[in-house]
Each structure stands twice: as structure tokens, then as C-alpha cells.
Design a protein around this ligand. Structure first.
Ligand code: ADP
Length: 583
């Protein structure tokens, strides 16, 4: 049995609301028949003089009275319908949006790695809107129209079955045309969706890379790609409209043939004396009136086929396994241990394609540990594993003796601050961008963090100070300023573990000095892991862990490693020399 709740991924409340909406819609449809029935009676009364009878004015006044009552009933039914159908469906769609966002928050990073971000964002927005539309404009109308049409059909059959057959025999034929084209239409809409995703991906790529595109003179080739994607989208949209239109119009034409058939059968029965003129006229009026909702059904059905694609995608998102764990466990120690850890980004080739290979290493608490090694050796990966952005394939990562796999990722995150190179700033005020570090912080605390991170001076110079809007990813700020805002955030969070990705991009000396000052305030008394790119800055670290191709190459203090004359000493010497050359 077709399960509507399951098919539309509704909550229990959403499903019960949908049933109420269908009932309300049916009631509106039935109430709309009242004026129509009164009109037929009025019509019959008006035709009486043609048959040599007199018009009864009492009846005419009564019809007028019924007409007023019918108008009131239609108004009440429509009002109820509006509330039950639209208000509740928008509430359900809001619930869907929130639960999708909640789900995304809990998904492991591996999910995002295997999915195109454009596809994901387009999905969330478009699929929720489609569901909203289906719940408010399609399902209740489709089902209630079906119910009212069946009722009218039964009433007409009771009156004159021959005429009822003439009116309705074209319906199943026309319906077959629509249902028969289902898989064809689905294929067309899938291709249309694909072309839309490609086009939005191209638009995003073009806009994000506009600076590079202009600088490198790639306007022509990049624009050609975008243009091609947009043209394909237009072509697919037209193909889909044409494909849908041809079947819907075909079905509607077949249905309209029913009018001719009704006239033909009616005329035949009239000449045989099997039907009177008034009932015949009634059937003719009904046939025109009842085909309207059926035609609407035919246009709604393809939209429903289309919606199946949205629910399929939403289901993939909503059923993807999430990262769970203990959200209550209290951590009291901050030493971090890697025990025989192997990890691969590619879950399918986890055995052969490991980025981290059987790594056993410890990061002491209340100390600064530097992670060094050639580019691509796995330094950032190690920091991501500590924060449980990903789960390891083999071995264990422990924080304060607790396996991070057993901890709720958000809970674990509350013990950590991150300062990455690629700072993410939100399209909000400077103040709120810092406050993200700790939503419970007071205004004084936010400003104190900004001061400690050497942000206060430049923020005060912004047009509206702390209330200045930063725009899309803070594009109005310099690299150094963005970094200092992210340090202010981390200072405000005041987490016991700090994961720091040292900036590789060369900053001007003043900015660099300010950032160093901010960082030294941030790491005071904390367990710090710093991914170091410039080795001279970490010579004073308590411990240095040297990675090579995902494995532990060496560990120790700067002096001990220099003495050992291994990889660290080689990297250090190369950097010192290149530094000498650049001066
Ligand atoms: P490092 O920080 O030392 O430069 P990373 O930890 O960033 O190195 O990367 C280690 C390896 O993992 C590299 O080969 C890199 O291409 C790969 N890698 C990094 N991030 C991802 C990712 N999100 N998906 C797939 N591979 C990745």
C-alpha cells in the first residue's frame, strides 16, 4: 500500500495535518457544488415557460436565499481550507528545513567530501521548497479533487448511468496517457535537475574565481563554459516543459472529447425519448464544470513525479549515518594520544590509500607541540582527527585518556579552539563574528577578547565600529585582520586545547608581529598543537613531531632533533638557506 507519510517524509504531525488539509479541501470542493446545483434548479425554473408552465416566484426567492447561504458556506469552507492547507504545510516545511540543517550539523566530514557542495546547497533549498509546494498546492487538491469527482460520478450514475458513462469514459483513457508517460517524464526532470546543478556550479565557480579569471585573462574560456551550462539548462527546461506539455495537453484533448460524446449520447437518448430536456441540460452543464478539476489533476500529476526526485535526495541526506557519542563525559585532562592510527579520506580504499599510516605519538598537556613535515605529509589531517572531523580507520585517538570516537563531536569541540589559515567569516557584524566563539559572552568579554587579539584598533576605525557588517566572508578585511578576528574568537572560547595552523602566506611585518602577540596570549597555559610551516618560529616548542608520508619520522626538542641530523635538521637548514637568499 502506498504510504503517503513515508513517501513525503512527513512527521506524525505533518501527516495528520495533511489528512486534515485533504478533508478541508474536499469540503471546499463539495461546498463549491452548492451554487452550481442551485444554478441548475434556477435554470430549470426559468425554462418552465417554454413548456407552457408558470415560473414560481416563491421558488425563485427560495433559490436566492439558498444562494446566499451557499456563498457563506463556501466562504467558511475556503477559510478553513486555507488555514489547514497552507498554514500547516508551511509549518511542516519549516520543520523539514530545520531537521535537514540539524542533520547536516551531525554528518561526518566524509559525507561532505563525497558530495559536491553546490549540489548539497541547491538540494536543501530546492527540495524544501518543492516539498512546501507539494504539500500546499498539490497533494490536498489532487486527493480532494479525486474524492469530489468520484462523488459526482456516483450521483450522476444514480440519476442516469448511460449519461454518466458518456461523461466519464474519457477520464481513464486520458489518465492512462499521463501515467504511461511517468518514467519518460521522470527521466526528463532528472536531466533538467542535473543541468540546473551544473549551471549553478558554474555560476558559483565563475563568481568565486572572478579575481583570478580577470587577472589571468580567462574571461573568454571560463565564460564560454558558464554560457554553455546555462544554455544546456535552458534546453533541458524547454525539453522538460515540452515533454510534460505534450502528454498533459494530449490527455486534456482526449478528456475534452468526452463533451462531444456526452452531447452525442444525450441527443440520441433525447430523440428516443429516454431522457428529458432539463436533465440533459443538467448533464451538459455538469460535463463542462467537472472537467475543470480533472484538467487541473492532469497538470498536477507531473509535478508529483518530479517531486519524487526531491524526496529521494532528501532521503539520502536524512538516512546518512551521523556521528554520535557521549555528550555528558567530562574531560579533565588534555594530553592527546595517537595509538596505531591509520586513516584514509577514501573510505572505499581505506586499506591501500592511507594518508596516516600506523601513527603512534603523544601530545603532552599544558605544552606546545609543533607538527612539522613536508607539504602533504598529513599534518592537517592529524589535527582533524583530534577534533573528530573524521573517524580513524584503525587505532585510537584519545584526549585525556578518552577515545574521541566515543564522544559527541560537538561536545568534544567545546574543549577545542581552532585557528585556521582560511578564516571563515560570516555575513554579519564584526561583533557577532567574534561572539561566535562563545555565544554566552558579555559585551565586555567580546571587546576584551578583541583587544587581546589586537583587533580593537582596526575595528574602531571601521565605519560602524563593532557593528560594521563584514559582507560575504569578510572580503573587506585584510588577511591579517581576518586572522586576528579568528584568534579573538578562540580567545573568547577559552578552550583548554588550541589547534593552530600557522599562516604560510607572508604577512607584512607589522601584521605578523600583531598576530604573534595575539597568538601568544591565546596559547598561554593551554595544550597547544601548532602546524608549523616556518620552522624558525617553533624552535622554542616543548616538543616537535616530524611527520613524513603519514608516518612518524622523528620527535623531540629542537636541539635534540638538530643534533640527530635527520629530516628535521634537513628541512630546517633548507628553510634557513632560502631565508638567507630572500633577504
Ligand atoms: P599537510 O597538512 O601536511 O600539508 P594534509 O593533511 O592536508 O597535509 O594532506 C595529506 C594528504 O591528504 C594529501 O595527499 C592531501 O591531498 C590529502 N587530503 C587532504 N584533505 C583531503 C580531503 N578532504 N579529501 C581527500 N584527500 C585529502
Amino acid at each position: 500500500m502506498f504510504n503517503l507519510k513515508e513517501a513525503l517524509m512527513l512527521t506524525a504531525k505533518g501527516y495528520s495535518d495533511l489528512k486534515k488539509a485533504i478533508a478541508a479541501c474536499t469540503l471546499t470542493n463539495l461546498s463549491l457544488m452548492l451554487p452550481f446545483l442551485i444554478t441548475i434548479q434556477l435554470f430549470a425554473e426559468l425554462l418552465k415557460p417554454l413548456m407552457g408552465q408558470e415560473i414560481s416566484w416563491n421558488k425563485m426567492w427560495a433559490f436566492l436565499g439558498f444562494g446566499v447561504v451557499a456563498a457563506v458556506l463556501v466562504f467558511l469552507a475556503s477559510k478553513n481550507d486555507y488555514k489547514k492547507t497552507y498554514v500547516t504545510s508551511y509549518m511542516e516545511a519549516e520543520h523539514t528545513r530545520v531537521s535537514v540543517a540539524e542533520r547536516i550539523r551531525k554528518l561526518p566530514m566524509s559525507f561532505f567530501n563525497s558530495k559536491d557542495l553546490t549540489e548539497l546547497t541547491t538540494n536543501i533549498m530546492a527540495d524544501c521548497t518543492t516539498t512546501e509546494h507539494v504539500l500546499s498546492h498539490i497533494i490536498p487538491q489532487l486527493i480532494s479533487n479525486g474524492i469530489s469527482i468520484t462523488l459526482v460520478c456516483a450521483m450522476m450514475a444514480a440519476f442516469d448511468w448511460r449519461m454518466a458513462i458518456a461523461v466519464f469514459c474519457s477520464v481513464p483513457v486520458a489518465l492512462l496517457v499521463i501515467l504511461g508517460s511517468k518514467s519518460f517524464q521522470r527521466r526528463l526532470s532528472e536531466k533538467h535537475v542535473e543541468s540546473k546543478l551544473r549551471a549553478s556550479g558554474q555560476v558559483q565557480e565563475y563568481l568565486e574565481g572572478i579575481k583570478v579569471i580577470k587577472a589571468c585573462g580567462l574571461d573568454g574560456s571560463k565564460f564560454a563554459k558558464l554560457d554553455e551550462a546555462l544554455r544546456l539548462m535552458k534546453k533541458m527546461a524547454m525539453k522538460m516543459e515540452f515533454g510534460t506539455g505534450i502528454f498533459v495537453t494530449g490527455a486534456q484533448m482526449l478528456l475534452q472529447a468526452g463533451i462531444g460524446l456526452t452531447v452525442f449520447v444525450g441527443a440520441h437518448l433525447l430523440t428516443k425519448g429516454s431522457i428529458e430536456l432539463i436533465p440533459l441540460l443538467m448533464f451538459l452543464v455538469i460535463v463542462v464544470r467537472i472537467y475543470g478539476p480533472i484538467m487541473v489533476e492532469f497538470t498536477l500529476l507531473p509535478e508529483l513525479f518530479y517531486h519524487r526526485i526531491s524526496t529521494k535526495r532528501m532521503r539520502t541526506l536524512m538516512t546518512a549515518p551521523i556521528m554520535e557519542g557521549n555528550a555528558e563525559a567530562k574531560l579533565t585532562q588534555w594530553n592527546i594520544e595517537f595509538e596505531g592510527v591509520s586513516f584514509s579520506y577514501d573510505t572505499k580504499n581505506a586499506g591501500t590509500d592511507s594518508v596516516i599510516k600506523d601513527l603512534t605519538v603523544s601530545f603532552p598537556s599544558d605544552a606546545i607541540t609543533a607538527l612539522v613535515g613536508p607539504s602533504g605529509c598529513g599534518k592537517s589531517t592529524v589535527s582533524r582527527l583530534i577534533a573528530r572531523f573524521w573517524d580513524v580507520n584503525k587505532g585510537r585517538v584519545k584526549v585525556g585518556g578518552v577515545d574521541v570516537k566515543t564522544l559527541d563531536p560537538e561536545h568534544l569541540m567545546s574543549y577545542m579552539s581552532f585557528v585556521f589559515q582560511d578564516v571563515v567569516l560570516f555575513n554579519d557584524t564584526v561583533y557577532n563574528n567574534i561572539k561566535i566563539g562563545n555565544m554566552n559572552a558579555s559585551e565586555e568579554e567580546v571587546i576584551a577578547a578583541a583587544k587581546a587579539a589586537c583587533c580593537d584598533d582596526f575595528i574602531k576605525e571601521l565605519p560602524s565600529g563593532y557593528q560594521t557588517m563584514l559582507g560575504e566572508n569578510g572580503s573587506t578585511l585584510s588577511g591579517g585582520e581576518r586572522q586576528r578576528i579568528s584568534i579573538a574568537r578562540a580567545l573568547l572560547k577559552n578552550a583548554p586545547i588550541v589547534l593552530l595552523d600557522e599562516a604560510t602566506a607572508s604577512l607584512d611585518p607589522e601584521n605578523e608581529a600583531l598576530i604573534q602577540q595575539a597568538i601568544s596570549r591565546l596559547i598561554e597555559g593551554k595544550t597547544v598543537i601548532v602546524i608549523a610551516h616556518r620552522l624558525r618560529t617553533i624552535a622554542g616548542a616543548d616538543k616537535i613531531v616530524v611527520l613524513e608520508d603519514g608516518k612518524l619520522a622523528e620527535e623531540g626538542t629542537h636541539d635534540a632533533l638538530m643534533e640527530k641530523k635527520g629530516l628535521y635538521e634537513r628541512l630546517y637548514t633548507i628553510q634557513q638557506e632560502s631565508l638567507g637568499w630572500s633577504v
